[in-house]
Design a protein. Sequence first.
Length: 315
Amino acid sequence: MNSRQLQYFDAVLREGGFSAASRRLNVAQPALSGHIASLEAELGVKLFERTNKGVTPTSAGIRLGHHAEAILRQLDAATADVSGGEDSPSGEVMVALPLTAAYLLSARIYERVARELPRVSLRVVEGLSFESGDIMSSGRGDLGLVPNAADLPNLEAITLFQENLYLVGKWDGVSPRIGEVPLRDLPDYPLIQTHKRVVLRRSIEELAASQGVRLNTSFEITGLHVLYSLLEAGLGYAIMNWALLGSRWDMNVLAAWKIVEPEAKRTISLTWPRNRPMTDAVRAVRRILVEILREVVAEGRWPASDVSLHDESWL
């Protein structure tokens, strides 16, 4: 397997067919097909299923696609890093953010990178917490904000801060919108829970189990808009951090109770791959990301207790 084969494979995967890939690469289609056939023979697996409408990747093709993306991005990064020079970082930087961080940080990151690092191509990808973790642990991402990242393989992780978790539900229009709720009382509230792989859900369930508390899950959902729809209709309660709640707080629909006795908290870590050198472009974007995080925490948009957020020694 060589870089040209991976480049051709990646083009077919992204374009969904050999004709479109050959036009993009300016390579004759028979030659492109030959390279893919050679790659399949070398690996001993089929990478694509051919149909009248194009091609679809097999399970092996999907797995190779993740590796190809990481490898090709790393080759591009190495070229840009060496040719760019320390005074002018260049290359693509992929930042993986959970939903909370994506809403708060994306506009500021893009604006500052465009202004301060004009030769850097920034790519922010958002997802649920486990999706950000998957992107980072697979080597596809350069930087990632990941909750409770200590157990993720192949990553360096710096814990930046801790944040409290809140029980959130529809406001009755009369009671105070902010309060506290003991962990032992959570079974009294029908919960709207996300996928079991989501870090926040695992964290609260592990804490509840350690206290002998059995949570009452009424709905299991996957989308953020679905979650807000159910909450605002009064169909249940959710456990979330303040940063995620803050985007809807001014609508005066929801109320929040900090979970106490004991407090429910999670850590937010900044991660990057352990097994490859950090380019100047990634290092520059990392500093910008940390500076923006300091701003949103200081503004109260992401309430948190500092761990290493203001520590300059690791930057």
